[in-house]
Design a protein around this ligand. Sequence first.
Ligand code: AP5
Length: 234
Amino acid sequence: MGLRLNLNYEVMTSLCLSVKRDLMFLVMIGPPGAGKGTQAKRLAETLGLSHVSTGEIFRQNISRKTELGLRVKELLEDGILVPDDLTIELVQDQIDQLVNSSGAIFDGFPRNLEQATALEDMLLLHGKGVDLAPLINLSDSTIIERLTGRRTDKDTGKTYHLIYDPPPRNANIEQRSDDKRDTVLRRLDDYHQSTVPMLAYYDERDLLCEIDGEDTIDRVAEALLKVIRGRVFA
Ligand code: AP5
């Protein structure tokens, strides 16, 4: 079964890469713990795109104790969204650095309507737009299971799950401070209040495509590549 999945993934990858495009911009949407980061990293590698994760950039700034890191540390620990102006400025910087790349997968951005329209304006300045907005859907109970079991390797930054993607025995792992149950519930609430209303924005533009996030990591990856191939490379 694993072999069949790998072959499908490889065949679809080569079919995607055989079609030349200039720049591609994907927006990965989903509740906390949906697997956005897991899939975005994999897709970025497969398709040669930059992976722009606002959460990851905030966390790197926190661990480097930069001015931005100090400003957002408590917000992230408590699972509270960073103000839009700070987040949009951060993404603007990232887009400015993408000039010579093949495009990007945005992971965790945009998260509300204001951020979605800001992204459209930023890309428009480069004569571009969002090509597709995959939405990874899963139930609240799975989200809690995924996040409470998530661990990150302190040395490599790689994400694991204690049951579904166990870390190597000697890995130096830690739990994210916002993955405690109460904080996860707050983040979920924010998702329903701020991000769900944004979905209509991408749906009206025929860019939204739903992926079943309850499936295994390999199968979700395969479904994503299939939809990208059908919608972006068609
Ligand atoms: P961010 O880092 O973006 O957190 P998030 O959106 O809540 O998403 P997560 O990183 O928690 O989950 P994920 O969907 O990437 O899942 P993962 O692949 O790790 O943001 C953190 C904070 O930064 C925010 O709370 C906010 O404060 C701030 N912030 C960031 N962006 C912002 C913005 N735009 N505006 C304002 N503030 C912002 O997977 C989860 C676990 O499940 C892992 O253990 C993984 O191994 C496992 N797993 C994944 N897929 C599967 C599968 N198919 N089957 C079984 N296990 C799986």
